[in-house]
Design a protein. Structure first.
Length: 264
C-alpha cells in the first residue's frame, strides 16, 4: 500500500504545529550552516524551521503524499529513497544533515551505510544530527515504538556514537529532546504530592471541638506523624527521581561532526 506513513501519521493526529514545536529544539544545532539536508523529511516541517532560521534546506522522502504536501508549500524536496539520493550527492555538498526517526527503521548494517554516505555528503566540519526513540524511556517501550509498523529496533545513543566513530565522525554528543515528555503519568508527578500535618483550621461545623482534638493529637502524636511525613516525602522524591530516569523524554539524539580538513 502506497503512502502508508502519510496516512498513519494523520490517523494518530500528527500535525504541523506539534511537529514544529518538537523540532524547534534542533534548529540551533545547525546555526551557521548554509545548506542543510533532511533525510526522511516527511511533509517538511523542519525544513520550514531551517529556512526561517536562514539556512537553505533540502528534503528527501519516498512517500509521495508527504512530498506533494511539501511541494505545495514551496519547499525544496525530492521524492526519492534516501540511500539513492545520498549516493548521487556531490561530496561535501552539505554542511548539515538532519535525520529524524529513520535509523530505527533500519538494520545495523544499513545504519552504517547511511552514516558513511552522510559523511561523504558533508563538508569538513559539517554536522550530523540523528533523532530516534529513546531506549531509556518507558513510554517508548510501552507505547511509541511498537505503534509504528515500520520500526525494526531501538538504537542506544552510545551504540550510535560508536557507529559514528566507525564511519569517520568525531565528537559525538547525545541527549534527550525536552520538548517530548512522557505521557504515562499524565498531569501529576509524585513530587507534586505533599504530606503535611493539618492543624484543623477552617474545617467547618463544630470547628472549636475539632481544634481541641487536633491540638491534643498534635501534642501526643505530632512528632511521630511529622517524622512519618518527612520519610514519606523523601520516598516520594526518590520515586520521582526513579520515574524520571526511566520515563523521561521519548526522543533522544546524537550529534557528531565530520572532522575538519580534506581527509576528514
Amino acid at each position: 500500500m502506497e503512502n502508508l506513513d502519510y496516512h498513519f501519521l494523520r490517523y494518530i493526529g500528527v500535525d504541523r504545529e506539534g511537529q514544529r514545536r518538537i523540532h524547534t529544539f534542533y534548529v540551533p544545532f545547525f546555526e551557521g550552516c548554509h545548506r542543510v539536508l533532511e533525510l526522511g523529511c516527511g511533509e517538511g516541517y523542519f525544513l520550514e524551521l531551517l529556512e526561517e532560521a536562514g539556512a537553505k534546506a533540502v528534503g528527501v522522502d519516498r512517500d509521495t503524499e508527504c512530498i506533494r504536501s511539501a511541494v505545495a508549500r514551496g519547499l525544496n524536496v525530492f521524492c526519492q529513497d534516501v540511500f539513492d539520493y545520498l549516493k548521487k550527492a556531490t561530496e561535501g555538498e552539505f554542511d548539515g544533515i538532519f535525520c529524524s526517526h529513520l535509523v530505527e527503521h533500519l538494520g545495523y548494517h544499513e545504519v552504517l551505510e547511511l552514516l558513511s554516505l552522510c559523511h561523504a555528503a558533508l563538508a569538513p566540519g559539517g554536522v550530523l544530527v540523528l533523532a530516534t526513540p529513546n531506549v531509556r524511556s518507558l513510554f517508548s517501550h510501552l507505547e511509541m515504538f511498537y505503534m509504528h509498523f515500520g520500526h525494526v529496533t531501538f538504537y542506544h545513543p552510545n551504540l550510535l556514537s560508536f557507529f559514528l566513530h566507525q564511519t569517520g565522525f568525531s565528537s559525538p554528543v547525545s541527549g534527550e529532546n525536552p520538548n517530548l515528555v512522557s505521557l504515562l503519568l499524565g498531569k501529576y508527578r509524585p513530587h507534586e504530592i505533599k504530606l503535611e500535618w493539618e492543624d484543623g483550621r477552617g474545617i467547618g461545623a463544630r470547628k472549636w471541638l475539632r481544634r481541641i482534638r487536633s491540638s491534643m493529637a498534635r501534642v501526643i502524636a505530632g512528632p511521630y506523624l511529622e517524622d512519618l511525613a518527612d520519610q514519606s516525602n523523601l520516598n516520594l522524591r526518590r520515586l520521582d527521581a526513579l520515574i524520571s530516569a526511566i520515563d523521561g523524554s521519548f526522543e533522544c539524539f546524537v550529534k557528531a561532526t565530520r572532522p575538519p580538513g580534506k581527509d576528514g
